[in-house]
Design a protein around this ligand. Structure first.
Ligand code: ATP
Length: 358
């Protein structure tokens, strides 16, 4: 069992005025793939480095497989790590690089050979074992770094932005390969990224971090469909969630968007008479060229054909909004379109605190 229990971790760097992690608690089950996601400086790398033992917390604790490892050195934690920079030895062959950790651990040579071959097969590095890293592509070099980590047979695999040095296409390909490899190995994995699509595609659970804290922890669909606050909704999704000021009528039956009114979905009944912030995903708004009952008028600002869909930036009572139309939808800037909001997909937030109200 290699579950990870993180309790109340606080870390302030010397000279730092803010806490890099501010009372972070997180529970990771054995075999689970957890992604730490957030903007630059939110503390995700610090949290990962504390799990690795490369940084020590000011307070709080970390246990792996029921063992308190908070103050143990990295090599006593039975984990392996993949960094953003490949960190391979440039003057040593791929074979040596993959087997390096095993050699340090004094594993017999024939077993090293066997494991290196196994990892090389898994990561399609077989033909390159006798090459120097300099003669590999970026993607191949990153595969070497992953191979070197997985041969260790560690309880926990830690990865810090391992795909960020790859070009967009390679990132996509390697992402799904990595997912399959980690799934097959079943190793407990903690993965840091600032790329929300990577987080959604890879994670069993996603911890969205902001200013040293976990803003939301949930499975990918949860954090996408029901962001805990405006920050999470704005960070996850491409385009980000739309947020609109709205008011619920005193009888709770009508939603008022500026000058326009539509029927309030039943989830809003308990907010009768209140000003709220509505969170709406682009794909949950139907875009029509003619008016249906309950539709809201919007003016088209920008039309962006994306292939499978057309992204429209429209304006509703002075608020810009991103919506998606079918690729065949014909419109142009300055035209009026009609928007139908799918009631059960609307999320309601507090105007003052931006926190979800449901
Ligand atoms: P990025 O995606 O840019 O790597 P991050 O979310 O991983 O960001 P951290 O690197 O964990 O964030 O940094 C969290 C906070 O701690 C930031 O304010 C950062 O400036 C600060 N910090 C990180 N490392 C150090 C250090 N060695 N010394 C002082 N402050 C640091």
């Amino acid at each position: 069992m290699a579950d990870i229990q993180i309790s109340n971790l606080v870390k302030t760097y010397p000279g730092g005025s803010e806490r890099a992690t501010d009372d972070v608690s997180l529970s990771i089950r054995d075999g689970e793939f957890t992604v730490l996601l957030g903007p630059s400086g939110c503390g995700k790398t610090t949290l990962l480095r504390m799990i690795a033992g490369l940084e020590l917390p000011d307070s709080g604790s970390i246990s792996i497989g029921g063992r308190d490892v908070t103050y143990l050195p990295p090599n006593k934690r039975n984990l392996s790590m993949v960094f953003q920079s490949y960190a391979v030895f440039p003057h040593r062959k791929v074979r040596y690089n993959i087997g390096f950790g095993l050699k340090m651990a004094k594993v017999p040579a024939d077993e090293i050979e066997r494991k290196v071959q196994w990892a090389a097969d898994l990561l399609q590095l077989g033909p390159y074992l006798d090459r120097l890293p300099a003669n590999l592509s970026g993607g191949q070099r990153q595969r070497v770094a992953v191979a070197r980590a997985i041969v260790m047979d560690a309880d926990v695999l830690l990865m810090d932005e391992p795909l960020s040095n790859l070009d967009a296409l390679l990132r996509l390909t390697f992402r799904s390969e990595l997912k399959k490899i980690v799934q097959d190995l079943g190793t407990t994995t903690v993965y840091v990224t600032h790329d929300q699509s990577e987080a959604l595609s890879l994670g069993d659970q996603v911890a969205v971090m902001r200013k040293g804290r976990i803003a939301q922890l949930g499975d990918p669909l949860d954090v996408y469909d029901a962001p805990a606050d405006r920050f999470v909704g704005g960070f996850i999704g491409s385009p980000p969630m739309n947020f609109l000021d709205a008011a619920v009528s005193h009888d709770g039956g009508t939603l008022v968007l500026g000058e326009q009114q539509l029927m309030a979905p039943s989830i809003l009944r308990s907010f009768a008479g209140k000003d709220v912030l509505l969170g709406v995903r682009a794909e949950n708004v139907a875009v029509n060229s003619t008016r249906s009952s309950g539709d809201v008028a919007a003016t088209v600002l920008v039309v962006e054909p994306m292939g499978s869909t057309t992204l429209l930036t429209v304006e509703v009572d002075g608020h810009p909004l991103k919506v998606q139309a079918p690729p065949t939808f014909k419109t142009a800037p300055h035209r009026t379109v009609w928007l139908g909001f799918a009631p059960n997909t609307m999320r309601v937030y507090d105007r003052e605190t931006s926190m979800a109200l449901e």
